[in-house]
Structures are given as C-alpha cells and as structure tokens.
Ligand binder design. Structure first.
Ligand code: SPD
Length: 275
C-alpha cells in the first residue's frame, strides 16, 4: 500500500512525500500537528498541512538559520529563538561555548513535547542549563526586551494564520529593537520563486532598520521549490562571519564555500530585491 502526503502550496503547485505510518495526529490549542514516518526522509513533522522538518534534510535548514548570524556576531552570549519548538535550532545554538543563555519563545507546548518524543537526533537540547523555554507569544516578549540579544533566530512556520504577524513590519521593528547594536537576526523567509513580493517587502523593512540586511538561500528538498531562504538582519555585515571559526561539532551542510555562495542570488531575484 502506498500513502502519499501532498502539500498544496498554491492551487497550481503541489509536492508529495510517501508515508509509511502516522505516528501522531492531533489538534493542539493552536494547530493541526502530525508526525509521520516517511519512506525516504525518516520522520517528518507537519503543521497545518505544511512540512516543517524531516529527519533527513532538516540539518541544512537549522545550520543555515543559526550559524550565519552566530558566526557574523563572533562571540554571541544571549540568543533568542522565536518559534523553534522542535529544538533543531537550539541544538545548533548550544554548540557555541560563548553562549550563556538561549531562550526559545514557542507558543505551542505540544510542538516541544512531541519533538522531544520523536526527534531523538536533536539530542535533547532542553537539558542544557543554558536553555530556557518560554511558552508564550513572541511579540510581547520582544516588546519587553529592547537591546538584549546578540542573536535572534526567527524559526517559524509559513506566513499563514497565526504566523502571518511574524512576517510583518511591526515584527521586524520589534526584533531589530531587541538586538544589541552589533547583533544579528536571521528569519525563515520563504521561497524566492513563489514569495517574491513578500520577501521584497521584508527586505525593504529590514533596510530601514539595519545597515546590512541580505537574503540567503539553502537547498532543502522537502520544502516547496526544493529550498528556502532567510533574511539576515543586522548592522554587522554577514561577511564578518566568514572569518569566524565554526563552533565545535560536525557540520552536515554549512562550510565556508556554502556560507558564501548562499548569498549569491539568481539574477531575476537579485534584480527584484537589490535593483
Ligand atoms: N514551508 C515550510 C517552512 C517551514 C519552516 N519552519 C521550519 C521549522 C523547523 N525548525
């Protein structure tokens, strides 16, 4: 028997992965949460019908969203992760000996609970004494904490429903305000092919808030279009990170060549974004 999970991004675009078994399927207070065992990608987490991560290809996403701002800052001490309840970004953040405090501001406790149960490869980063989970909405927390964070990572779902606000001008203002003057943020920033206008609006906003924003991209087969981009938001140039040694531990995706190449954009999109 063959069961396919199909994600419909637009009425004109779908992608699918073949599933062996459904391991968890529940309506949380906030969203429809599913964990499935797939044929090729290991376990996958699906939220409101959208693939968030798979065991096989999440590492590229998590390494790229985390290491680019962390390396740019150099010796980050205080780090905030917005969303990220699965623990994948937290695991990468905690590789840095300089990190004293890593806060995860996640709205849905069930994402944390089910991820701990099913994604052992994240290595239970919650047990690290530097890690703190705040089960709350990020807006209020950002408002209360201006100038506090060396790095902020916005590891969110797509701009649909409750997550739409996390792609707004207001959010980017609050996030930039919560950074230290030389701090850096990275945000899940969608797909150049499908989300050009949204990304342009976010870049315009980031440009009014910081001097060196830039967009970069990673190849993740289970995301629409085979990849996803990130907005780097900072007064510190991302290129500073190319001089910083990687933290202890093994990388699976990022290396100096990938780090640099990720900021090279296809011409149609470079023109749209940077003119
Ligand atoms: N289009 C799907 C984008 C999903 C981004 N969120 C991933 C969360 C992994 N920590």
């Amino acid at each position: 028997m063959s069961i396919w999970f199909t994600e419909e991004l637009h009425p004109y675009y779908r992608k699918g992965i073949r599933i062996k078994k459904i391991l968890a399927d529940e309506q949380t207070q906030f969203q429809h949460l599913q964990i499935v065992e797939t044929e090729f990608f290991g376990k996958a987490m699906i939220l409101d019908g959208i693939i968030q991560l798979t065991e096989r290809d999440n590492i590229g996403y998590h390494e790229m969203i985390v290491h680019v701002p962390m390396l740019a800052v150099g010796n980050p001490k205080r780090v905030l992760i917005i969303g990220g309840g699965d623990g994948g970004s937290l695991q990468q953040v905690l590789r840095y000996p300089s990190v004293e405090q890593a806060l995860v501001c996640e709205l849905d406790q069930r994402v944390v609970d089910l991820s701990r149960e099913h994604f052992a490869s994240f290595g239970n980063p919650w047990a690290d004494p530097r890690a703190t989970l705040l089960v709350r909405d990020a807006f209020g927390f950002l408002e209360e904490n201006p100038g506090q964070f060396d790095v902020i990572i916005s590891d969110t779902t797509d701009p649909i429903g409750m997550a739409e606000r996390l792609f707004s001008d207001e959010f980017y203002k609050l996030m930039a305000r919560a950074l230290t003057p030389s701090g850096a943020a990275s945000t899940q920033c969608e797909q150049p092919f499908f989300d050009t206008e949204l990304i342009k609006a976010i870049y315009r906003s980031a440009k009014t808030l910081t001097t060196n924003p830039a967009y970069y991209y990673a190849n993740i087969p289970t995301y629409p279009g085979g990849g996803i981009g990130f907005m780097y938001v900072s007064n510190t140039p991302w290129q500073n990170g190319l001089q910083t040694p990687m933290p202890p531990g093994v990388n699976n995706y990022i290396n100096p060549e990938i780090h640099k190449a990720a900021f090279a954009l296809p011409e149609f999109f470079r023109r749209e974004l940077y003119g």
